[in-house]
Design a binder for this molecule. Structure first.
Ligand SMILES: Nc1nc2c(c(=O)[nH]1)N[C@H]1C(S)=C(S)[C@@H](COP(=O)(O)O)O[C@H]1N2
Ligand SMILES: [Mo]
Length: 201
């Protein structure tokens, strides 16, 4: 007689539905979504720059950047293509740390810019007060190139297209300028809890 086990034992604890935004499903995979080829900038040529319309405010080489205070970050991420991934573990430098000593009084928006030409726009207030980082590590290891290594923006409370991979800097602006996906129909702000996927949502 066949014994059929009807009990299903999940290897993972059940998902708390209150952590999953509307229209999203939880995956344990880590999909790669890139609009173009993965750039491979040598670390010796890498820099991170904070600039405004007039000047470079601050710039770090990779070696300088690596000395900045790092934080461990555990957050849920939500892609507009409907996968969410819970408790992703990163390390990186808080945007607050990078902005220390920089005058941001006339800045209301930021354009993150990346190797390969990708850009995305985010209100400055969404990057400060512990809400965003430049991540250099994932799962305890240096960030893989496909996922944005050597460094990517991490803004977990907005859809993941705002988390620019291969990020090379932030441009401070007094007005909002749509980035790559925002120009191509994605929502300007991208709050997953309000399902702001596309323009007009
Ligand atoms: N530079 C760059 N950053 C990017 C993208 C991209 O195409 N280029 N894709 C965005 C999108 S749409 C998503 S969902 C996430 C995917 O990150 P992942 O490939 O690490 O999962 O990166 C975002 N950052
Ligand atoms: Mo995405």
């Amino acid at each position: 007689m066949a014994i059929i086990s009807r009990g299903f034992r999940s290897r993972r604890p059940p998902v708390d539905p209150s952590r999953v935004p509307p229209g999203q499903y939880v995956t344990n995979d880590f999909p790669v979504l890139s609009a173009g080829p993965t750039p491979h900038t040598p670390l010796a040529d890498w820099s991170f720059t904070i600039r405004d319309a007039v000047d470079v405010q601050r710039s770090w080489t990779w070696d300088e950047f690596a000395l900045l205070q790092r934080e461990d970050i555990i957050v849920d991420i939500h892609c507009v293509t409907k996968w969410s991934k819970l408790d992703t573990a990163w390390y990186g430098v808080a945007i607050d740390t990078l902005l220390t000593g920089i005058d941001t009084t006339s800045a209301r928006y930021v354009t993150a810019f990346s190797d390969g030409g990708y850009t995305t726009n985010i209100p400055l207030a969404d990057l400060t007060n512990g809400k965003a980082w430049i991540a250099m590590g994932y799962g305890g290891e240096p960030l893989h190139p496909e996922h944005g290594g050597p460094a990517r923006l991490l803004v977990p409370h907005l859809y993941f297209w705002k988390s620019a991979k291969w990020v090379r800097g932030l441009e401070l602006r007094d007005h909002d300028v749509p980035g790559f996906w925002e120009e191509n129909g994605y929502h300007d702000y991208g709050d997953p809890w309000r399902e702001q996927r596309y323009q007009g949502d």
